[in-house]
Design a protein around this ligand. Sequence first.
Ligand SMILES: C[S@@+](CC[C@H](N)C(=O)[O-])C[C@H]1O[C@@H](n2cnc3c(N)ncnc32)[C@H](O)[C@@H]1O
Length: 339
Amino acid sequence: METYCSTFITGFSSVIKDALREKLKELDISLVLDGLIVYQTNYPIEKVKNLRFINNSYILIKAFQKNNPDIKQLINKLSACNELKDFLNKHEFPKKSTFRIIISRENQIISVDSQIIKPLERTITRNSPLRSTRSDPGCEFWLLTHIEGFSFFGLRITPTVKKHLAKGQLRPEIAHILCLISEPDENDIFLDPFCGSGAIPIERTYFPHKRILAGDIDPKYAKQLRQKIKKHAHKLTIGRWDALQLKTFKDKSVDKIVTDPPWGLYRAKNLNLNKFYNNMLNEFNRILKPNRGIIVVLTAQKRVFKKCLDEHRNNLRLIEKYNTLVSGKKACVYKLLKI
Ligand SMILES: C[S@@+](CC[C@H](N)C(=O)[O-])C[C@H]1O[C@@H](n2cnc3c(N)ncnc32)[C@H](O)[C@@H]1O
């Protein structure tokens, strides 16, 4: 069995554990920290590489327990450790390939004096066909230190492709996690009524469904999304609407609503958010199927949303909430059940 270490968005440990168990059936989880999980599996590496709810995955070479020393001491220990030499000798690297070492302290990539990294580079070049480079390497070794005191050294297996995101667009990983929280089902009629660039409905196409509907009040999004999703077009219906009056939807006609409504922070600064969220929940309550309908909402406006939820407690039950960070901003995901 290969041991992997994968990083994910803060706050979602329980969701990630369940999703990994579902995706990689032969799985042994050995450690779960906030934002990082260590596990063993026999599943093909391609499966691990392509987990859409994961930020990055690494073949784990060496882990250091709590109370780790500083970066320099860690690098010296790594340079001399047998686990690294054994890994380099057994792993098949392409001939004439190159590598780079990346140091990440608590999720931030940091620069470290090249003299400190030298011993580790030397161990790698002596025990493999790899050559060191600073730019455009064939592979990357990462040293990750975690806030809870653990450190991990591994070979990154997720591709380094840069994901281009439009302004305000959610990262696919969080959009995928939001869909997971909604308990996707093949019979779902799924709706994102504030779809913007469409991160959530696009991610939902990776799960079985009956219909996916997405729309926004701003006409430019519907147009852009129609172009972007050509390959998903047969699965997605795109509309333009005011999500506070979803007239095209009949009462009790939708199974799941997963959405990221305005937070009233940037463009919509003058919005009366209390009224907006109240009207939104009224409309969601009307169109959802009772005892089955699930709402998953992402917002940074926890106080306002909580107050609105209290007013809807006879119709919507709070099942779970997850505190997280979106672009460095504190936010929360609420999972509600329509009673
Ligand atoms: C936070 S953004 C959603 C971003 C989206 N999740 C993405 O990945 O691009 C909120 C969206 O709600 C839309 N919006 C604002 N008021 C609306 C309304 N009353 N009805 C429908 N959409 C609305 C905005 O145009 C914006 O695209």
